[in-house]
Design a protein around this ligand. Structure first.
Ligand code: 3AM
Length: 184
């Protein structure tokens, strides 16, 4: 039997943005607020797949490759805490339609392929702190962080030497907005 991997689809964050977020987090949250997510692990989850066999991974990758939609811009303008899942997050007040469509397609493909999908609606977020079980003061997001999303990725989540590491295994490009063929 082939080995399974713990996988999820997500949007990667530009390295420069990961660094800015880490600086903002360090100056706004005390160390006891929670366990900081490593900069390189910061991402926006689109669909969690759970433990997936190599065969199912190939099938899910083939389906992801059939998604055709334009890219979009994400404006990070929200922050909050979910006490139940013990996370502090950054988010998007009005998620663009492209983001919702992409997540919805990936979640539907995963469900049809037999991966468990939570009935909870998709809440786009970037996890900043885990194990944040006590309510913390959430500073108003006094930042203006935007980035263009031109691709999405399939990530592996692995626990190596006492640390969780997320590694992109495969990436897919989102198309440009359809242009008039006469346009140069
Ligand atoms: O960092 P976020 O919250 O975006 O919470 C886990 C993380 O997302 C989520 O998948 C991402 C990579 O681990 N995750 C883990 N287990 C999950 C589950 N059983 C899950 N999402 C839904 N159901």
């Amino acid at each position: 039997m082939s080995e399974s991997k713990r996988l999820f689809f997500a949007i990667e964050l530009p390295t420069s943005l990961q660094r800015q977020i880490v600086r903002w987090r360090a100056s706004h949250f005390p160390a006891e607020a929670g366990r900081p997510v490593a900069a390189a692990n910061m991402h926006l989850t689109l669909a969690f797949l759970g433990d997936v066999s190599a065969e199912k991974q190939r099938a899910l990758s083939a389906l992801a490759g059939r998604i055709f939609q334009p890219g979009f811009t994400l404006h990070l303008d929200d922050a909050g805490q979910w006490l139940r899942s013990r996370v502090v997050w950054l988010g998007i007040r009005q998620p663009p339609r492209g983001l919702l469509q992409l997540a919805s397609m990936l979640r539907a493909q995963a469900a049809r392929s037999g991966c468990y999908q939570s009935p909870q609606p998709f809440h786009p977020h970037i996890t900043l702190l885990r194990d944040a079980g006590q309510a913390v003061a959430i500073p108003p997001p006094g930042f203006h962080w935007s980035f263009e999303v031109k691709e999405f990725a399939l990530y592996e989540s692995a626990f190596v030497q006492g640390r969780t590491r997320y590694t992109p295994l495969q990436r897919w490009t989102l198309g440009d907005t359809l242009r008039n063929p006469d346009e140069v």
